[in-house]
Design a protein around this ligand. Structure first.
Ligand SMILES: CCCCCCC/C=C/C(=O)SCCNC(=O)CCNC(=O)[C@H](O)C(C)(C)COP(=O)(O)OP(=O)(O)OC[C@H]1O[C@@H](n2cnc3c(N)ncnc32)[C@H](O)[C@@H]1OP(=O)(O)O
Length: 715
């Protein structure tokens, strides 16, 4: 609702009340209309202030109303009524003014913000554009280049930047409503002619075409197929070239296309999925709301390689006290220098001082005796990790949580090295660990709910989106990647090139195709895992392992020392080791031809559809197996992992959402087709849960949990 009160007799105060973020639901919109009408009708009222309750101005349109039947007054006429008011209306912005929230403020005559407030038009991140006249008012207020930046990126700006850009008129460190009331009284009675943004001409640009061409090129490059950023540029162009009313029409047309698009659905699903993963549950019945985390004040990181350094930076930046341990003095000194550099660069960017004092460095593992939680981040080698866990068990005080940063090793096996396996959880960070948003929190069969809750909470404290998953080979992310990469390799055997496979996957929206990604992360990483799994043993049949098809192509490249970017060659060639520019490699093409000849394989023409379906559907099929086994609690967990950790295009929601969009029947049929053609590839065999979902009439993704529950109860 919107509550109307009077302050100091002559100020009408409208307070938006719709927890948690005062979104502009139908009731709130109606409340604003009624309150404005009332205030304008009261002769004693000289001016109005609009604010939000609980220190939050407004989080924008109510996203939960999208896709439902529209009720209540539409936003544009509401904002026009405010702008047209004959009494000054001041927005008192505390906390947030986002999307429709900022558009509401732009409809007001003045804007006062608290110094800690964040403002922005993030609609593009939901597959939309600021279609409550934001795309038309903002460029008129702050000019085209700045408006293009804000609207196409959706970034939030601080109150200080908003003041500099001219979005707000005043910033206060004190009570914002008091400041707004005082301000409103000071301007009451003055002419409002120069305060109605819709009447402003858009600031002229001499190089208008060049500015929009550059903006379009920039968003096309960054968008990877997303349509909303392009529509945002078109809407701002309308503001720059058309009268306000016509610009508004164009905004409406563009929004109509976006509003019902699959991309908007996917992005809005992704928004809620990222919040839903915080409400985790385990097959044992333990849940986020019944498991209390222990507060972590002091943590230790063991092993200061690339991952350990990133984790140390993340913890220190979040204000925790960190003991950083590396047993070799030389490496310790190098790590200290690197970590300090990362902290200094990060602090410079954020305009704060680097939290160097939060970290103490040591070459002695015994110095971790008084920490609340340890994150072991030594080399990915089970024997080494076991040794470290045994040492930790001896030196840590009772009750210390022991976490391992691993991308796939058995958490339970590691836990068995300690007298308290209930305190052990996996924390799978993604490189670079201080930047990447995703954290897989892996529980073993003996991990206590409190250990999981503590790791999830710590993830939140250091700014990660944490997803709780069960213990299995590769956990969720890497387990699903395995069939995807296998298919990519099989396609090479059958006649495709790395360039073609990558082109198809990048056109789908991945930042990098399977082969460019492997070159970046290093081919030796997978080689080591395959060796440990007993797959790379001399004397084995070349293309079969345990009765299943196997491609040794990656192993053969590694045997040649081709580890990817770091060695200057892998699936592609590079100018020099470490270079990032991948070029097609004639050597690789002849190598593939020789390989096919040696194994009697005849190259055939492979089309886009086959590449996409075999790579993506095998990955999705593994996702269904993971749900069936209870390794992930719901499809949202998998989708968040893929969007945040594996560069799955956000506007496609994630693999499980994509399967829902394609249609489960279609996914099942195509998997059956490919499995018939490749019976020796078990990952193409449709899994039981997928069949059950199709047999249940292919319910939409938000109802899959009901079917999953039934499948689990039958086990
Ligand atoms: C019908 C046609 C209308 C056309 C209008 C077109 C023009 C306007 C479009 C818009 O305004 S679209 C919305 C733009 N706003 C946003 O994108 C903001 C989204 N929210 C956020 O970024 C964050 O939630 C926040 C506001 C910065 C707060 O972050 P915080 O970390 O503090 O909390 P969260 O866990 O993220 O959120 C808490 C809770 O609130 C729900 N929520 C947040 N924003 C909205 C919203 N705009 N509508 C509905 N619900 C919202 C969020 O989902 C969380 O709830 P749970 O999911 O955990 O239950």
């Amino acid at each position: 609702m919107a509550q109307y009160t009077r302050i100091s007799g002559s100020v009408g105060l409208i307070t938006l009340k719709n927890p948690p973020v005062n979104a502009l639901s139908a009731v709130v919109r109606q409340g604003i209309v009624d309150s404005v009408e009332r205030a304008l009708g009261e002769p004693e009222v000289k001016c109005l202030v609009i604010c939000g309750q609980s220190g939050k101005f407004c989080g924008g349109a109510d996203i939960r109303e999208f896709g439902k039947k529209m009720t209540g007054p539409p936003l544009i006429p509401v904002f026009h009524a405010i702008e047209a008011a004959a009494k000054p209306v001041v927005a008192a912005i505390e906390g947030i003014a986002l999307g429709g929230g900022l558009e509401l403020a732009l409809g007001c005559h003045y804007r006062i913000a608290h110094s800690k407030a964040k403002l922005g038009l993030p609609e593009v991140t939901l597959g939309l554009l600021p279609a409550a006249a934001g795309s038309q008012r903002l460029p008129r207020l702050i000019g085209v280049p700045a408006a293009l930046d804000l609207i196409t990126t959706g970034r939030h700006v601080t109150a200080a930047e908003a003041l500099q850009l001219g979005i707000v008129d005043q910033v206060t460190d004190h009570n914002t409503v008091d400041a707004a009331v005082k301000f409103a009284l000071s301007v009451a009675g003055q002419s409002l002619d120069a305060r109605r943004i819709s009447t402003f001409p858009c600031p002229r640009l001499s190089n208008l075409d060049a500015v929009f061409e550059a903006a379009m090129q920039k968003v096309r490059q960054a968008a990877r197929g997303a349509i909303a950023p392009i529509a945002c540029v078109q809407a701002v162009r309308a503001a720059a070239t058309l009268p306000y009313a016509q610009g508004l029409e164009r905004e409406k047309e563009l929004m109509a296309t976006l509003f019902t698009s699959g991309q908007a659905r996917a992005l809005q699903y992704s928004f809620f999925a990222q919040r839903a993963v915080g409400r985790w549950s385990m097959p044992s019945g333990a849940r986020w709301d019944t498991s209390k985390p222990k507060p972590i004040r002091k943590a230790a990181v063991i092993g200061l390689g690339t991952m350990g350094r990133g984790i140390t930076v993340g913890l220190a930046q979040a204000g925790l006290s960190v003991v950083a341990v590396e047993t070799q003095e030389k490496q310790l000194m190098e790590a200290k220098q690197a970590v300090s550099g990362m902290l200094e660069r990060g602090a410079k960017k954020r305009g704060v001082s680097p939290p160097l004092g939060n970290i103490s460095y040591s070459s002695n593992i015994k110095t971790v005796g008084d920490v609340d939680l340890v994150i072991e981040a030594v080399f990915e080698d089970m024997a080494l990790k076991k040794e470290v866990f045994q040492q930790l068990s001896a030196v840590c005080r009772p009750g210390t949580f022991l976490c391992t940063n691993t991308s796939g090793l058995d958490i339970d096996d590691l836990a068995s090295q300690t007298p308290n396996p209930e305190l052990v959880v996996g924390m799978h960070f993604f490189a670079p660990a201080h930047v990447m948003k995703l954290l897989e929190v892996v529980y073993g069969p003996r991990s206590s709910p409190q250990a999981v809750a503590t790791a999830m909470q710590l993830g939140k404290v250091i700014g990660k989106v944490s997803v709780a998953v069960g213990n299995c080979q590769g956990f969720v992310g890497n387990r699903m990647l395995s069939p995807y990469l296998s298919q990519a390799n099989f396609l090479l055997e059958e006649g495709a090139t790395p360039e073609f496979v990558d082109q198809v996957l990048e056109e789908f929206g991945f930042a990098m195709g399977a082969f460019r990604m492997s070159d970046l992360s290093g081919l030796d990483v997978g080689w080591r895992v395959r060796k440990a799994a007993g797959l790379v043993v001399p004397g084995q049949p070349a293309r079969m392992r345990q009765g299943c098809r196997y491609s040794p192509l990656g192993d053969l490249l590694c045997e040649q020392g081709r580890f990817g970017q770091k060695t200057g060659s892998g699936w592609y060639q590079y100018d020099k080791p470490g270079s990032r520019v991948a070029k097609p490699d004639p050597w690789l093409h002849s190598f593939l031809e020789e390989y096919r000849t040696r194994h009697g394989l005849v190259a055939r023409r492979i089309d886009h559809q086959e590449v996409l379906e075999r790579c993506l559907y095998s990955l999705i099929n593994e996702g269904f197996r993971i749900l069936e086994e209870g390794i992930a609690a719901g499809p949202e967990d998998i989708d968040v992992i893929y969007v945040l950790g594996y560069s799955w295009p956000r506007h496609r929601g994630g693999p499980m959402f994509y399967a829902d969009m394609v249609g489960l029947t279609r996914v099942l049929e195509r998997l059956e087709f490919y499995h018939q053609a490749h019976p020796d590839v078990p990952s193409l065999q449709p899994c039981n849960l997928l069949r059950k979902l199709v047999a249940s009439g292919s319910p939409p993704i938000h109802r899959w949990r009901e079917v999953i529950k039934k499948v689990h109860s039958q086990l």
